[in-house]
Design a protein around this ligand. Structure first.
Ligand SMILES: [Cu+2]
Length: 164
């Protein structure tokens, strides 16, 4: 028995476009590729990262985040002050302007998981809730990369309260 040629072509096309796991939609927000890193034993904090695209005509804002595995979750940024990378708490949250894409990434904006109740282990996605001023709240899962997956050393040292 032979398959008609078009069946094979269709199969190849589907194989070439895998589903995008870990991407979410909330209203007009696309919330893509959320991830965090596995934590070494004794670590008290970890950063979470995600890309948020706002295709609506209205500005929005990531106002807060929460997670059952962290006693406290804040929104932070990092910037260079006198040649040193420093973290800053953003009490007003992270603006996501109309028509723009905002990336939370190592070395910049991030979700800060603090007072960790248990280590974050590699390859087990963790549930996180993100709340936006206009779009509301969404539950997502962050995939977990290896400890120390690409991030500036300074960030790690600051959270570990010590130097390696
Ligand atoms: Cu931080």
């Amino acid at each position: 028995m032979r398959f008609p040629t078009y069946t094979l072509i269709a199969a190849m096309l589907f194989a070439a476009t895998p589903a995008l796991a870990g991407d979410y939609t909330l209203g007009k927000l696309d919330i893509d590729r959320p991830w965090t890193r596995a934590t070494p034993p004794g670590a008290k904090a970890a950063g979470g990262f995600v890309t948020i695209a706002n295709s609506s005509a209205e500005d929005d804002r990531l106002v807060s985040a929460s997670a059952i595995f962290a006693g406290r979750v804040e929104l932070h940024t990092m910037d260079m002050t006198d040649g040193v990378m420093k973290m800053r708490h953003l009490p007003d949250g992270i603006p996501v302007p109309a028509g723009e894409t905002v990336s939370l990434a190592p070395g910049g904006l991030h979700v800060m998981f603090m007072e960790l109740k248990e280590p974050i282990s590699e390859a087990t996605p963790v549930p996180v809730s993100l709340t936006f001023e206009k779009a509301g709240t969404i539950e997502i899962e962050m995939s977990v990369a290896k400890p120390g997956a690409p991030a500036p050393e300074n960030h790690k040292h600051m959270h570990d309260e010590g130097k390696n």
